[in-house]
Design a protein around this ligand. Structure first.
Ligand code: UDP
Length: 329
């Protein structure tokens, strides 16, 4: 199969590209490199620099390459930024995806797997969260991802395209070789921020809120290894290639860890004391977000196997300690 990975130079995109290459698939990557890193794209794949808003770019690409399926990661993903700059998120995540869909329909490319998010649920009604639970996003990031899902739904009905939407919980970790990993600028995610302490880039880690209704008072999240996420994308492409219907799947471990537990595990893995400072709650953080991924396991045959927090943090640390200032810098 020839698979086009849009946003394949980003964090989850580059790990998926690597897994596809290892599985012997033909991979074409396109990325505008606004947040991605060219160093994260394996040398053996065909790379196009371009933007999904650019219809001529996409048309030329679909004409030049015979694409069987698209995996779409080309979106902005920072919750905090989306609140401050909502239109940036509507423009990229929705307007860009609209152009992509137009081009796919025109060129008869009829299968797409794309990144959605736990942020589509907002404050959860039940734990663990099921795909059928209420979706009520509390920020523009989640709102644009939910709107993308709906755009795919209506486009699929009108034009026969089929899609899989993957709602990720907390993506983390790095490829076990340590060759690629997480590299956001600015960084806002818990595990890479914690690892900046043993890396000598920050003095301490702030714990955002210690008065939540959880056993140790800190927020609980479902941390899922990026390599397991990458595997789910490959299974989703195969699911569509086998003629199955469009659907939505949660991707998480089904196990929640508190902020304190994550910090404690990082201390164990790195051997560094990692001082923690108790701080105010961060706006918009639900106390608990834990996925039910039973559907992905049953329907896609997904079997996340890097599911211990210690392995996740060890792999992340293996990457961060060797790349303290990200890719070769
Ligand atoms: N968090 C924290 N200190 C930080 C960054 C994050 O206590 O410096 C907490 C945050 O409030 C949340 C959890 O860690 O409860 C995971 O946050 P992250 O931003 O990694 O992912 P999110 O759950 O927001 O997608």
């Amino acid at each position: 199969m020839r698979i086009l990975v849009l946003g394949g130079a980003g964090y989850i995109g580059s790990h998926t590209v690597l897994q596809l290459v290892r599985a012997g698939e033909e991979v074409i990557v396109a990325d505008n490199l606004s947040t991605g890193h060219i160093e994260a794209v394996p040398k053996e794949v065909i790379f196009y620099k371009g933007d999904i808003h650019d219809k001529a770019f996409l048309d030329d690409l679909f004409k030049a390459e015979h694409i069987d399926a698209v995996i779409h990661f080309a979106a902005f993903s920072l919750v905090g930024e989306s609140v401050v700059k909502p239109l940036k998120y509507y423009d990229n995540n929705l307007c860009g995806t609209k152009v992509l869909l137009e081009s796919m329909v025109e060129h008869g490319v009829d299968k797409i797997v794309f990144s959605s998010t736990a942020a589509t649920y907002g404050e959860p009604e039940n734990i663990p969260i099921l795909e059928t639970d209420r979706t009520l996003p509390t920020n523009p990031y989640g709102e644009t991802k939910l709107a993308m899902e709906k755009m795919f739904y209506w486009t699929s009905l009108a034009h026969g395209l089929r899609y899989v939407s993957l709602r990720y919980f907390n993506a983390c970790g790095a490829d076990s070789t340590g060759s690629i990993g997480e590299a956001h600028d600015p960084e806002s995610h818990l595990i890479p921020l914690i690892l900046q302490v043993p890396n000598g880039r920050r003095e301490s880690i702030a714990i955002f809120g210690t008065d939540y209704d959880t056993p140790d008072g800190t927020c609980i999240r479902d941390y899922i290894h990026v390599t397991d996420l990458a595997q789910a994308h490959i299974l989703a492409v195969k699911y569509l290639a086998n003629g199955n219907a469009s659907d939505v799947f949660n991707l998480g471990n089904g196990v929640g860890y508190s902020v304190r537990e994550v910090i404690e595990t990082a201390r164990k893995v790195t051997g560094h004391p990692i001082p923690a400072v108790e701080s105010e709650r961060r706006a918009g953080d639900p106390a608990r977000l834990v996925a039910s991924s039973e559907k992905a396991r049953k329907v896609l045959g997904w079997n996340p196997c890097h599911d211990s927090l210690e392995e996740i943090i060890s792999d992340a640390w293996n990457w961060h300690k060797n790349h303290p200032n990200v890719f070769g810098k």
